[in-house]
Design a protein around this ligand. Structure first.
Ligand SMILES: Nc1ncnc2c1ncn2[C@@H]1O[C@H](COP(=O)(O)OP(=O)(O)OP(=O)(O)O)[C@@H](O)[C@H]1O
Ligand SMILES: [Mg+2]
Length: 504
């Protein structure tokens, strides 16, 4: 693999590796891909190799070592068929997943791995199966991809690492983030090459896997690029620092290098802005999938045309579907208020963003068959603010409240809830809300932010904050001619006795 500290060669026993598998871990740039390349080059003539290559980095092995390059942009059946033939004919290959969306990459890798796994018994010859960026294919947690793709890919990786040995499949997996790699997949490797690792959580996982105590694992933090600690039956019985040697082929992508810029030409603007005649006919290449429509749009549209009966009429043919059964304005208002109450009753609601709450509101309103145009986001926010202020019916009917509402128009949407909370406390002569209570109305756990908000309102001339002789806070509203009763800013036991956040 390279050299030991004294300059002796660092060796890896491939036959042993076939039975005991290898896990390579190290942060980005620590030299994992280089290490895999070294391993592949050195063992190419001894053992069949299959590389699952997310970046298309290893295709350069083809020229020198004869690996077949397989572009993964094929159907799953095709990939499984190719995988089967790869085993029959014992040909080394690189499955390049470059250019596919992550979910497609997972499906393709899974189809290919399963194809190899399912080969007939007579073709169970030993193969090194190298998977770079293994946390992508065997993630420890669900992510942005569909559950189906995740399960498929995780299943294939689990088969490779847990049940592959008997079938001749020897998994060699590399990951940047051990903590992001599914535990059962990592745990099946008995050999480890640990490179630079700086996150505590990855270090702790590494220490657990290697049976080291955590202090000992600190040594992974200071490893240089290309330096790894080797441990396992195919490598060394004790943790052994090694330096990975040179490689014959090069990665297609390498670390960026600084390059002097050319002297700016005189006519630089001309150069950049003069269009190339082809520009207007060339199709625009989309790198990213088209942005998904915001859920709020879809929901708003759905609630505009709620079906009266079943869902079975094709909507294209019947553009104006019958609307939801007519309900009176009062009934509609009542239902909307009920939905709003329901959503805000959740103790966590205070910490969700308004747009999340709004979406939930639209869904529930639709489930209740509240017809008519959907409530606009601005109106929704205003209602949430009013509801959060905890104002009662009597106060709502008062002149003071009307003034408070008109004053609240002077502050931005996200501050209205806090403003109305304080105004209501003043109008009803309640004790001044604590920092914690104010923070919650603002959707944060931070008391410091709450105090900053008060400062801001004061600057705007909306209120005057003062402290009584015992250190209690009073908020007075000149325009309402009202002020709160003195309240302890540090009180923590209101609003359901929530525990203040540790971050404070
Ligand atoms: N032992 C080494 N000797 C010389 N150069 C090395 C060595 N190890 C790594 N490099 C170089 O360092 C750069 C980063 O290495 P590499 O691509 O292997 O990192 P990586 O751990 O795979 O990172 P990532 O997780 O981002 O893929 C590459 O340009 C590689 O050529
Ligand atoms: Mg890499």
């Amino acid at each position: 693999m390279g050299t030991l500290a004294g300059g002796d060669p660092a060796k890896l026993d491939i036959e042993e590796l076939l039975a005991t598998r290898l896990l390579v871990q190290g942060n980005s740039g620590s030299g994992k891909s280089h290490l895999l390349r070294r391993l592949l080059e050195q063992s190419a003539k001894w053992v069949q190799q299959v590389i699952i290559d997310p970046e298309g980095d290893f295709v350069t092995l083809a020229d020198k070592y004869g690996h077949v390059v397989i572009d993964a942009d094929r159907t799953e059946a095709e990939l499984a068929g190719i995988a089967d033939r790869i085993r029959r004919h014992r040909v080394s290959c690189v499955l390049t997943l470059e250019g596919l969306e992550i979910e497609q990459q997972m499906r393709a890798a899974a189809a290919f791995l399963n194809g190899m796994f399912d080969a007939d018994r007579e073709f169970w010859f030993p193969v090194l199966v190298v998977v770079d960026e293994a946390q992508m294919f065997a993630p420890s947690m669900g992510g942005d991809v569909s559950e189906d793709a995740r399960r498929m890919s995780l299943g294939a990786m689990t088969n490779l690492m847990c049940r592959g040995r008997k079938r001749g499949l020897a998994g060699v997996i590399a990951t940047q983030r051990l903590a992001k790699l599914a535990k059962n997949v990592a745990a099946e490797a008995s050999n480890f090459l640990m490179g630079r690792t700086f996150l505590d959580i990855d270090m702790a996982r590494a220490a657990d896997l290697l049976g080291m105590d955590r202090r000992q694992a600190e040594m992974f933090r200071n490893l240089k690029r290309g330096n790894f600690v080797a441990l396992g039956p195919a490598l060394s019985r004790r943790p052994l620092p090694i330096v990975i040697g040179n490689v014959e082929t090069s990665a297609r992508s390498s670390s960026p290098k600084l390059m002097p810029l050319p002297d700016a030409p005189q006519d630089v603007e001309d150069l950049i802005f003069t269009p190339d005649p082809e520009e207007f006919t060339r199709p625009i290449v989309r790198r990213a999938p088209p942005a998904p429509r915001p859920t709020t749009d879809i929901l708003a549209e759905l609630s505009r045309a709620a079906p009266a009966g079943g869902e079975d009429q094709p909507s294209a043919a019947t553009p104006s579907r019958p609307a939801a059964p007519e309900i009176s304005a009062e009934e509609r208002e009542e239902r909307l208020a009920a939905v709003l109450d329901e959503i805000l009753a959740d103790p966590q609601a205070a910490y969700r963003t308004d747009s999340v709450l709004y979406q939930e509101f639209l869904v529930r309103a639709r489930m209740r068959r509240v017809g008519g145009p959907p409530m606009a986001m601005g109106e929704f926010r205003r209602r949430v603010a009013i509801s959060r202020s905890g104002v009662d019916e009597e106060t709502v009917a008062s002149e003071g409240w009307a003034t408070a509402l008109s004053l609240s128009a002077q502050v931005s949407d996200d501050l209205q809830g806090v403003f109305l909370l304080l105004a209501k406390a003043a109008l009803t002569r309640e004790v001044c809300p604590s920092d914690q209570r104010i923070a919650k109305a603002y959707g944060t756990h931070s008391a410091r932010r709450a105090r900053r908000l008060l400062g801001y309102f004061e600057e705007q001339g909306l209120m005057v904050v003062h402290t009584d002789f015992s250190g209690k806070r009073i908020v007075a509203f000149p325009d309402l001619q009202a002020e709160t009763a003195p309240g302890d800013p540090n009180a923590t036991d209101e609003a359901g006795g929530e525990v203040p956040s540790a971050a404070e």
